[in-house]
Design a protein around this ligand. Structure first.
Ligand code: FES
Length: 304
């Protein structure tokens, strides 16, 4: 689609329909590479009413731990992939009087599925899409077809920038805002909305963090009586799974809270990279989200 984004269509090998989903849903794609397994979340961008296939967009991450490179370099037409059932952590609010969608770069993917629903509905909406330059504007034709005049484009290369302050102070009561894109953009939109008096319930955002690399450390799983080594380039969750212990998850990106794990003992510090725990929870140090967070410690004992 662009120098950085590839578009994939996934269909069941035996034909038929895939499970139903709603706009804003993501799937986990399981990638079995040489020597390790990646499980990455990707938003579904196809129309929720068309279930013979799912579509995803994958951005090649420069700092990739392997997942996006696997999708870009190894996956070919006909490759078999395992995926998990769709989960929606970024759905449209059902009683909103208007929707304002703001996307940056690859953050446009969940908005595409939202647009399929909004296009057929009666609730007013507008879409603001910001990219580095015209060649990075993925899915532009589809966006123009679905949103028409309701699409506003911003090219960094031409000095165009979204004025979140004006946008968010001129919306009618009952409007909900949805933002997906780079961390800085999400932070700015949330802060602007809050300072303009928007209630938290009307501000929606999605940002799957890739687990950052860090120092190697050891964790002890108290109930399983297993010692787990966590190498620098593997997440705590991946290391626990590699040891044969299952941890529930939905997003693997620090958003959903499903992987929350109790910390029983710690000699050192937790490095929280999630967007789920409150600052107070993080300071207490009694829980960790192993999908994205790590520890710098000599001893970490988990309730697993
Ligand atoms: S799996 Fe969602 S926060 Fe860890």
């Amino acid at each position: 689609m662009t120098p950085l984004i590839k578009h994939f269509t996934l269909a069941p090998p035996g034909g038929g329909n895939l499970p139903a989903f709603s706009g804003g849903s993501h799937i986990i794609v399981v990638m079995r590479g040489a020597g390790r397994v990646h499980r990455n979340p990707y938003s579904l961008l196809s129309a929720p009413r068309e279930l013979e296939r799912y579509e995803i967009g994958v951005r090649r991450m420069e700092e990739s731990r392997g997942g996006s490179h696997f999708m870009h370099d190894t996956v070919r037409v006909g490759t078999r992939l395992e995926i998990a059932h769709p989960v929606n952590l970024f759905g449209l609010d059902k009683i909103a009087r208007k929707h304002v969608l703001i996307a940056g770069g690859i953050g446009i993917t969940p908005c595409l599925a939202h647009l399929e629903d909004l296009h057929a509905g009666t609730v007013p909406y507008e879409l603001h899409y910001s990219v580095r330059s015209p060649e990075h504007a993925a899915f532009l034709e589809r966006l123009q077809r679905l949103a028409g005049d309701l699409l506003r484009l911003y090219y960094d290369s031409e000095g165009q920038a979204l004025d979140a302050g004006t946008l968010l102070t001129t919306q009618p009561l009952g409007t909900h805002v949805y933002v997906c894109g780079p961390a800085g953009m999400i932070k700015h939109v949330i802060a602007t909305a809050k300072s303009a008096g928007w209630p938290d319930s009307h501000i929606h955002w999605e940002q799957f963090s890739a687990p950052p690399a860090g120092d190697a450390f050891e964790a002890f799983l108290a109930r399983s009586k297993l010692r787990v080594h966590v190498p620098p380039d593997r997440s705590l969750l991946e290391s626990i799974e590699a040891a044969g212990v299952e941890v529930p998850y939905l997003c693997r990106g620090g958003v959903c809270g499903f992987c929350r794990t109790r910390v029983l003992e710690l000699d050192g510090e937790l490095i929280h990279n999630d967007h789920f725990l409150s600052d107070a929870d993080k300071a207490r140090g009694q829980s960790i989200m192993p999908c994205v967070s790590r520890a710098r410690c000599t001893s970490l004992v988990l309730d697993l």
